[in-house]
Design a binder for this molecule. Structure first.
Ligand code: ATP
Ligand code: MG
Length: 330
């Protein structure tokens, strides 16, 4: 049995959690900066790192006190992400691991998102196909065995979460865009406008979201459709591409199960359509674990710890850290 403390500070959430065996959350705390950045319409890196510095000690103390168990390893996100924000988490993790004399386990942020599914009631077994959809990533990854990943395809331009955020801005909906577009779309007709699906017939597993975003901008400028119809039609098109590219990846690889992860994995339409339309089981994290959090980093760290993949105190943050040998592009 391993008790791992996970620390996540790569962007605008300070997440700390104590996890047992990579499966059970003993204690966790999350300080979201969304209200602070919302007034700027996006994350301001300088403010993000300062805020992590202000709250990380208290958040960690609260989590450790609540857990009331001895921690055997400290896992921390070392990249990708914002340099200043990563430095706060990595520096803090080094201090804790050194003081407690326990191993320091470096974790890739996207590996953390993938491992959030092991904290659900229905964890997958390896091998599986992962669809990672977030603010900075849109990719299909073959997860052959723990910590062995092959990138099958990623986005050539915007990430899908980024396109939700940009389109929300065009529609004057609040930041972050994903939840507000989902809400606005409830009252709209998803078939009101047929927006373009990027690289729809390319036969490749690459994604493109910039054309869709521009098409929404032009439709908005024409002022012929309601905000609800624009939101619903955009959401349908964005999800359509994710479903069809995942279907193609299953055909190409013969994958037996899918893991959905990342912030956009909270999207209700995406969750429902993947389950309804894919021929294989879909494993998804709890809604609360789709956004960045410390528990997913602890879960990935637990597996790395058990596989002997520990770091040392020379580890440094890498804002562009690749997950696969080929490298995960945005
Ligand atoms: N219900 C939803 N529907 C669609 N998108 C959503 C939903 N909830 C959140 N999102 C999107 O998820 C993104 C945030 O996800 P996450 O926190 O994983 O991103 P990140 O950590 O900034 O990026 P990355 O994980 O790639 O480094 C935002 O773009 C947000 O709009
Ligand atoms: Mg993330």
């Amino acid at each position: 049995m391993a008790i791992v403390l996970g620390i996540e500070t790569s962007c605008d959430e300070t997440g700390i959690a104590v996890v047992e065996d990579g499966r059970r959350i003993v204690a966790s705390a999350l300080a979201s900066q969304v209200p602070i950045h919302a007034q700027f319409g996006g994350v301001v890196p300088e403010i993000a790192s300062r805020r992590h510095t202000q709250c990380i000690s208290q958040l960690a103390q609260q989590t450790i006190d609540e857990a009331g168990v001895a921690v055997e390893a400290v896992a921390v996100t070392i990249g990708p992400g914002l340099m200043g924000s990563l430095m706060v988490g990595v520096g803090f993790a080094k201090g804790l691991a050194y003081a407690w004399n326990v191993p320091l386990v470096p974790v890739h942020h996207i590996e953390g998102h993938i491992f959030s599914v092991f904290l659900s009631d229905n964890p997958p077994t390896f091998p599986f196909l992962a669809l990672v959809v977030s603010g900075g990533h849109t990719c299909l990854i073959a997860c052959d065995e723990p910590h062995q990943y092959r990138l099958l395809g990623s986005t050539r331009d915007d990430a899908v979460g980024e396109s939700f955020d940009k389109v929300a801005r065009m529609l004057e909906l609040p930041y972050p865009g994903g939840p507000s577009i989902q809400e606005a779309a409830k009252a709209g007709n998803p078939r009101a406008i047929r927006f373009p699906r990027g690289l729809e017939h390319s036969g490749e597993l690459e994604f493109s979201y910039s054309g869709l975003k521009t098409a929404v901008l032009y439709a908005r400028q024409r002022q012929t459709a309601s905000i609800a119809d624009l939101a619903a039609s955009f959401q349908w098109a964005a999800v359509d591409v994710l479903v069809s590219k995942t279907q193609l990846a299953i055909e190409k690889t013969g994958a037996a199960r899918l893991v959905l992860a990342g912030g956009v994995a909270a999207n209700r339409l995406l969750r429902e359509r993947l389950v309804a339309e894919l021929p294989i089981p879909v494993h998804m994290p709890h809604l609360s674990l789709c956004i960045d959090n410390g528990a997913m980093i602890a879960a990935a760290g637990d597996s790395r710890f058990r596989h002997g993949l520990r770091g040392d105190f020379r580890v440094t943050p890498d804002p562009n850290l690749p997950l696969c040998n080929k490298g995960v592009r945005s």
